[in-house]
Every structure is written in C-alpha cells, then in structure tokens.
Design a binder for this molecule. Structure first.
Ligand SMILES: [Zn+2]
Length: 348
C-alpha cells in the first residue's frame, strides 16, 4: 500500500487539520462545499531556511549586535499569520520570489493573473487570490488556450492561486502560500463573461459518485482526461492532484499508452470538482523548498490505489478533523516578515 506523503499540502476547506496528526493518513469527509474542498495535511517543522533578503556578513567585519525585531514585528509575532497576510491587498515591492514551502511560505513581488483572458475567467474575485509567481501566471496563460483546444471547451475557470503576498489563508487552503499552486475547475468556461455575482455563486461540477468509489456519469466526460493530461504534460508542472476515482479512470484510459505524465497525476482527498496544479520551484527562487519527487511508477497498480478506496478513507471510522492551530510569523521563513511589511508594488 502506498500511503500519501503527509507533507503534501492541498487546498483545505476551512484549513482543517487531522486530529491524528503525523501518524495517520488523512480521512475523507464526503459532504463538502463545492468550491475549494479538501483537507490539509499536517506539515512537519522546517529547518530555518536562509533567504536572499538576509544580509550576508563578510568574515572580516566586526561582529554586529544581535538584530532586534522592530516594534511592528513584535506586535505581529503573536497574531495569526493568515490574518496578517490576508489583509495585504497588494503585492510587495521587489523581484518575484517564491519563499519557503508550499504550505509554509510566502511570495515576494507577486503578479496578478488578469481576471479575464480569451480562454479563462477567474472565479471568486472577492477573495483576491489571483496572484502568483510569474511562472504560474505564464503557465496559466499557456495552459488555458491549450486546454481549450484539447477539450473543445471555450476555456477554463480558474479558482484560487495565492494572496498578493502569498502566506497562509484564513480559509480554503493549507498550501497555495508561495504563488506556485492553482485550482482549476472541472467545468468549461461558458461562451460569455460571467458577472461578478455569478463568479461568487456558481459551483464547479462534481465528477465523483456519491459513494466516492467511481465517477458520476452525469458530469464526467472524456474531455476531462484531456484537460488533466494537458496540465500534467507541461514540464514545469510538479504535480496535479485529483480525486482517486478520477486517477483510476485516467489509468484505465491512458495507462496502455505508457504515458509518462500519469505519475504526476496524484490521488488526493477531495479534488472531485477541480484539479490542483503545483509548479516546481522556479530557478529564480533559491529559497523555495522542493517537494519530494513523485514516485517513478505511474501509481496505477491496485496496490497504489487501494488505500484511497479503503475504510481508512471512506469508512465510518475515518479520522476526525479539528481546526488547525494557526501559524504565526515564527512558523514561516524569516524573509516572510520582510515580505509582509514591505511597501506595496505599484500595479502594472
Ligand atoms: Zn488547491
């Protein structure tokens, strides 16, 4: 049995953490809001990553007095980092850099994905989470027309990327903190511009059956395979998270082709109404922490998938969820303090 990698973070409804913490895999609570459903995985503590923003001291220099946090930082130290980051409506000044780990980091110099493109529309505009590292914006600008062509859809509906300065979110995700994660809905873009209200109220299609063991024939289409395949084939994509029932179908349809991209498509909790695309750490972000590589196997063997359909995930004894303890600034890389308090970048 292949257990999920617990440090793999996902979108999370209400930033939930599992009570059984690091020992047990996450459980699966079927009833879920349609938008950004999922649970978050516990994240092991990181060693303190150095950052490009930290001054480098030359050996010959006299010793400097220990840096003392300024008054603002001291006040911020006791607050939940998610509340601090969510109040920043604009990106920080500075070159774009992804800092830290997907569920424990931030984003300097974030770039906005335009709300509308020819082949995409951003949903849930009120959240102001259409910001990312430039590599993620470039990915979406490239992926949207490719996905439209592959599926015959008018385009794609884009869910959350990151907040303007990344960081933890008050609700909805454990990851999406470094500007390298994006949720994309399992639903074609309509042939018109949606109103702001529609973008708040519409829900994505649930492709999975009520018992979570198979697909929903009313919503599933072969085009969904093409949609996922188009994302997973992009070289900068590190992982694509989907519900296990969807992974199983992809294996059934595509495995015979020996497609290398299948290993990037990873089963994970929820993800029945959207894919979560995660990019690799960009070359310009030396303090972006890599996730362990996906296993070389395609993950299509029965033993690979059995866990996801077992009682441990779907049964009545599935684990109990409890709210996560909010992170403070001390839980994030030190450079995130500078990102939080940096002047705002002027918009393009
Ligand atoms: Zn996500």
């Amino acid at each position: 049995m292949v257990r999920p990698i617990l440090i793999l973070p996902v979108c999370a409804a209400g930033a939930l953490l599992l009570a059984s913490a690091l020992v047990a895999p996450l459980g699966h609570a079927p009833a879920t809001p349609a938008d950004t459903p999922a649970v978050s995985a516990p994240v092991p503590a990181e060693t303190s990553p150095g950052t490009a923003a930290e001054p480098v001291q030359k050996p010959a220099d006299p010793p400097l007095p220990a840096a003392r946090p300024d008054e603002k930082s001291q006040k911020q130290a006791v607050l939940a980092a998610r509340d601090l980051f969510s109040k920043q409506n604009l990106p920080s000044l500075g070159k774009a850099v992804a800092i830290g780990y997907y569920p424990r980091g931030c984003l300097q110099g974030g770039v906005e994905l335009p709300r509308d493109g020819e082949t995409w529309q951003v949903m849930r505009l009120s959240r102001n989470r259409n910001w990312g590292h430039p590599s993620l914006i470039r990915f979406l600008e490239k992926f949207a027309p490719k996905a439209a062509k592959a599926t015959g859809w008018n385009g794609i509906l884009v869910g959350d990327l990151s907040q303007p300065r990344g960081g933890p979110t008050p609700y909805g995700h454990a990851s999406h903190q470094t500007g390298l994660d994006v949720d994309i809905w399992f639903m074609p873009m309509p042939d018109r511009r949606l109103s702001n209200e529609e973008r708040e109220k519409l829900s994505a299609s649930n492709l999975v059956s009520d018992d979570w063991k198979g697909l929903n024939p009313k919503t599933w289409t072969p085009e969904h395979v093409k949609f996922i395949k188009t994302a997973a084939q992009e070289p900068e994509v590190e992982r694509v998270l989907v519900n296990a029932a969807i992974k199983k179908e992809i294996c059934r349809v595509e495995r015979k082709n020996g497609a290398g991209w299948i290993s990037k498509v990873r089963p994970w909790y929820w993800h029945h109404d959207h894919i979560h695309v995660r990019l690799k750490c960009p070359a310009d972000s030396p303090n972006c922490k890599k996730q362990p590589e996906v296993p070389a196997s395609d993950g299509c063997d029965d033993k690979d998938l059995a866990f996801w359909f077992s009682d441990k995930v779907l049964g009545p004894k599935k684990p109990v969820f409890r709210p996560a303890k909010p992170m403070t600034m001390a839980d994030l890389p030190a450079a995130c303090q500078s990102v939080l308090n940096a002047p705002s970048a002027s918009l393009r």
